[in-house]
Design a binder for this molecule. Sequence first.
Ligand code: NAG
Ligand code: NAG
Ligand code: NAG
Ligand code: NAG
Length: 274
Amino acid sequence: MMKGFLLLSLVLVFRCDGAAVIDVGLAEETLNDRPIIGVLAQEQSFYLHSKFPEENYTSYIAASYVKDVEAAGARVVPIMIGRDRTYYEQLLRKLNGVLLPGGATYFNQSLGYADAGQHIFEIAQELNQRGDYFPVFGTCLGFELLVVLASGRGKVENRARCYSYTNMPLEFTDDFKDSKMFKPASNHVVDTLSKYNVTVNAHQFCILDENMKAHNLTRDWRVTSHSHDEFGLRFIASLEHKRYPFYGVQFHPEKSSFEWKLSKKYPHSKRPSK
Ligand SMILES: *[C@@H]1O[C@H](CO)[C@@H](O)[C@H](O)[C@H]1NC(C)=O
Ligand SMILES: *[C@@H]1O[C@H](CO)[C@@H](O)[C@H](O)[C@H]1NC(C)=O
Ligand SMILES: *[C@@H]1O[C@H](CO)[C@@H](O)[C@H](O)[C@H]1NC(C)=O
Ligand SMILES: *[C@@H]1O[C@H](CO)[C@@H](O)[C@H](O)[C@H]1NC(C)=O
């Protein structure tokens, strides 16, 4: 009886050992190492509240940003607004990067999008200074927030009023090809962006070259393209930080693929005809 038991347990140990090796093997094969990107929420807008008056929503994330990040091969985690510093510190440690989406909210509301963005911007700088590669990408309002935060949030926000609701090409700067964002871009992509009305604009604030100069931002940030608003005002369409992997675009890359409201006339074709 005793002998039988011993034999059995030996076999089991053997089997468990073997099974463990197989498990490790499988785990290596199926390990999901796609990046995990946090997408920041923002306050419920006046417009959205009118659409959902009965609901008690206080914040939201537009689906197109989630789809865009997922289409790029990453996984998405929502980042809430209105939390304390510890929440953002603990969460960012578990993420590979952050997307600050576009939208329509003010930067002066306490415990809102801008306060959360400031925590994220500061923590992301600390992480990069410590040698962690931690990218932050701002789209439209998120792009404006990056510049306003880099300028220091004072009484006067470092952005200008403008009006831009059209699809436009990018006017690249002379050295845009030296940038991190556009160095790997193919000629086809650069040609499309610079000659066709493919970038979706929907904003009433702009970052001008003067905004960059006034706050000494040209030392740390590289401007890679401009566009013109409906009154001919030239604004910055894309930029990036020179040392940190921080990027911003005033236009909406996510709308072309993932927003299909017909009245908006977002460009969807693979390569639009002239
Ligand atoms: C929203 O909050 C109000 C007040 O607390 C409550 O009466 C109502 O049922 C809530 N609506 C929903 C959809 O939960
Ligand atoms: C925030 O700014 C907007 C636009 O300038 C203004 O209407 C609003 O009163 C401000 N809110 C606060 C809390 O200061
Ligand atoms: C910009 O830099 C110059 C020279 O270093 C300095 O005198 C000036 O105060 C700076 N301006 C701002 C807004 O930081
Ligand atoms: C882009 O839009 C402008 C303004 O509507 C128009 O004049 C121009 O022909 C368009 N360019 C192309 C390549 O479609």
